[in-house]
Design a protein around this ligand. Structure first.
Ligand SMILES: Cc1cc2nc3c(=O)[nH]c(=O)nc-3n(C[C@H](O)[C@H](O)[C@H](O)COP(=O)(O)OP(=O)(O)OC[C@H]3O[C@@H](n4cnc5c(N)ncnc54)[C@H](O)[C@@H]3O)c2cc1C
Length: 699
């Protein structure tokens, strides 16, 4: 917790002292936990997942409870459709082909195996498609799996589910180790059967695929796509595994797992392929689709001094984030991550490896920029724009508590005006939090300001607080300052300067750059109870609307903690960033929003059926209802805002409009063109309405 204790994390910067805040400001006290909680603890901490760099250890409203979660995933009624029970298990791919012929294999041997290859496309386009499960007669034979294994150079894997180690005994050492590891995002990422979010009460729980292709390149991906299409399998793609909606896991499926495809290459004169008119070469970075953002930042920023727009969380996958739009701490300046996509190599449902850029397959290219992951194809490579990095970046962190509801109303009202005047520009991103205990948490980042400038920006606000010192208590010492931007993700530099901002992967085999922000720790292996987001239009910042906005924030904060993520709304960004965002598939609301409001709740690692580690369904449902009521207060002033598909409600109503607004119709056309038979299915993805919730049966 160095950032909240001895003088701040900013290089050579002392924290603001009490004199500058006024003499009657209360003694400084950190409200953030010293360490991640033990399993027995139950806590709520301010500032979830924020400018994680700025609030070491201070993340997430995690609650650790153990009760049973519903995890239907649509499976209960689908089982009714499975009329033929088969006795054979999928088998080990390495042993495939050596077992005796069973009923399923007999069907295959007698010609049914190749049936799907011979079918014209017509039948697949009919509404009668039902993907096969291991219990179905047409599930591929061991011979067929063996052929796939050979085609992918021996990289077909049986997908293990580590939590199974707990089914025999939840008290075993193995089970304890698994649950300890479920707090390490790199352990989770290295296990193809589990996901960074383990589930969502009443929505889904992580389930492993039967087999996975641990892909090395586009050819491996194409082999998996062909195999899934030809054998009518449910296909799923996983990169970083951070989907809140559970879209990178599905039981009874074939997984394309890109984890090992993480080459990162800086290109000094990239030119998109296939353009008729000459394009100016530009600096870019090409990454394998299994790359996570820290790997990209390490190469582009720490090693090369440039900037690539990605996500805030270091362990999120590049491919998943780009396809969902993507915002990082500095998006208010650089814009959406998807807008920085220059080219993708993507395997479409027909098994073709295609290049998609502004000149070649430009419709597909546009859809990949925010149209949703796992929907239009499986990406093998992405090339992203590299930008110049200013010399300095930094932030402002503190928490103020108001002494009464009235004082809190005034505080929110004053902050709204202050934000509009001083912070509504491309220097300032990340978050402000408004909570039921009348606290305002500031955890913002800035780009391109030095320490004096950034402190100067906040001084009027701090002066205002000091003038009303009986009404407001500063609960954590303001830390406002700057550091060299190039070292933002530089683990060694942060260590050297005592910035205790990262947690590290302690496994002996871990790469030294396997770190994650303290601020993201609460979401590792978590189970979601409720999660909603809403873009807040910048019109609410106008003089005659500020009161309305402040009142809505106050009313919402009576229910739950509201986070305003300023970097996830592009109003206030440079026009270039807004124009680039308009050329993506995202809901155009993002361009006119000053912030994305997020309200969320959940608990630490849990899984249904594992005693002592069960999701707390009762609490979860209550929390979901509270999240909804809280968000409804904001919807009252931003009814048509739309939601950010990556960070939104599993049960989002009218998701097509919420996620993509007027862009949905075009996305639906592109989906039809590149994947007419719906091989790529994800929950609430484009075209998903044509399928049962589990993606197995076409409606
Ligand atoms: C802790 C945490 C922090 C987050 N922080 C941020 C943030 O700062 N900013 C932000 O914008 N979002 C954030 N998100 C949301 C995140 O960006 C999305 O969930 C994103 O889709 C995750 O991508 P992934 O590759 O890690 O996840 P995955 O679950 O692997 O993939 C997400 C989706 O993309 C698909 N996909 C993955 N790889 C490919 C591929 N190669 N080809 C085709 N489809 C693919 C998957 O099938 C799935 O549908 C956060 C999420 C979490 C859990």
């Amino acid at each position: 917790m160095a950032s909240n204790s001895s003088g701040g994390i900013w290089s050579g910067v002392a924290s603001l002292d009490r004199k500058r805040l006024g003499s009657s400001v209360s003694p400084l006290r950190s409200v953030l936990p010293e360490a991640f909680p033990t399993e027995a603890s139950d806590f709520r901490v301010l500032i979830p997942r924020l400018g994680s760099s700025l609030l070491p250890g201070g993340d997430q409203r995690c609650r650790w409870r153990r009760k049973r979660a519903l995890a239907s995933h649509g499976a209960s009624w689908l089982n009714l459709l499975t009329t033929i029970e088969m006795d054979d298990s999928p088998g080990d791919p390495q042993e495939a082909g050596v077992a005796t012929l069973n009923r399923r294999e007999f069907l295959k041997a007698s010609g049914a195996a190749s049936l799907s290859r011979l079918w014209p496309r017509g039948p697949f386009a009919s509404p009668a498609i039902r993907r096969v499960r291991p219990s179905d007669p047409s599930w591929p034979s061991k011979e067929a799996w063996k052929r796939l294994n050979e085609a992918v150079g021996g990289n077909l894997i049986q997908v293990d589910f580590p939590i199974n180690l707990c089914t025999s005994s939840f008290q075993s050492a193995d089970c304890k180790t698994v649950f300890a590891n479920l707090k390490n995002p790199y352990y989770i990422g290295d296990n193809p059967g589990i996901t960074q979010t383990l589930g969502w009460v009443d929505a889904w729980a992580a389930k492993p695929s039967v087999y996975g292709v641990a892909a090395r390149n586009a050819d491996d991906i194409a082999a998996a796509v062909d195999f899934a299409r030809e054998n009518n399998l449910r296909l799923v793609v996983k990169g970083g595994g951070h989907s809140y909606q559970g879209t990178s896991n599905a039981p009874d499926s074939l997984l394309i797992w890109t984890r090992h495809m993480h080459d990162v290459t800086i290109q000094h004169d990239f030119v998109a392929r296939g353009c008729k008119s000459p394009q100016a070469p530009q600096r870019a970075v090409t990454v394998g689709s299994g790359t996570i953002w820290l790997q990209a930042y390490d190469a582009v920023t720490t090693k090369a001094g440039g900037y690539v727009q990605g996500g805030g969380c270091t362990t999120v996958g590049v491919a998943g984030l780009i396809q969902s739009g993507g915002f990082g701490s500095f998006s208010k300046h650089y814009g959406m991550a998807a807008a920085g996509l220059l080219e993708a190599e993507v395997v479409t449902a027909d098994g073709k490896v295609r290049i998609a850029n502004a000149c070649t397959n430009s419709d597909l290219f546009w859809a990949l920029k925010g149209g949703g992951g796992g929907t239009f194809g499986a990406i093998s490579k992405l090339t992203l724009r590299v930008r110049d990095l200013p010399e300095l970046a930094g932030g402002a962190n503190f928490i103020v508590k108001a002494s009464s509801d009235d004082a809190y109303r005034r505080l929110i009202r004053h902050f709204v005006g202050f934000y509009r005047e001083a912070l509504f520009n491309d220097h300032w991103g990340e978050q402000a939090h408004f909570s039921p205990d009348n606290k305002l948490g500031i955890s913002m980042v800035h780009l391109g300001l030095d320490t004096e400038q950034s402190r100067g920006v906040w001084q009027p606000f701090l002066n205002w607080l000091a003038q009303s010192s009986t009404a407001y208590t500063i609960e954590s010492q303001p830390e406002i300052g700057s550091m060299p931007a190039r070292h933002w993700w530089d683990l060694d530099w942060r260590k050297e300067h005592h910035h205790d901002v990262f947690k590290a992967d302690s496994r002996s085999s871990a790469s030294p750059i396997n770190v994650w922000w303290n601020g993201d720790a609460g979401q590792v292996g978590w189970v979601v109870w409720g999660f909603e987001s809403l873009w807040m239009p910048a019109s609410l910042l106008q003089d005659d609307s500020q009161e309305k906005l402040a009142n809505a924030l106050f009313s919402a904060s009576r229910f739950s903690e509201v986070e305003l993520h300023f970097n996830k709304g592009l109003a206030g960004s440079p026009s270039e960033a807004i124009e680039a965002a308009r050329d993506t598939a995202m809901n155009p609301s993002v361009c006119g929003a000053f912030a994305l409001a997020i309200v969320a709740d959940g608990q630490g690692p849990a899984y249904p059926g594992i005693p002592n580690h069960e999701p707390d369904v009762a609490k979860g449902r209550k929390a979901a209802a509270t999240v909804r009521r809280c968000m409804n207060e904001l919807r009252a002033v931003a009814s048509n805002g739309g939601a950010y598909l990556s960070e939104s409600n599993f049960f989002e109503s009218d998701f097509e409009h919420s996620y993509w607004g007027t862009n949905h119709a075009r996305l639906a056309q592109i989906k039809k063109k590149y994947d007419p038979d719906g091989l790529f299915f994800v929950h609430n993805g484009v075209g998903s309405e044509q399928w049962t919730p589990d993606g197995f049966t076409r409606l």
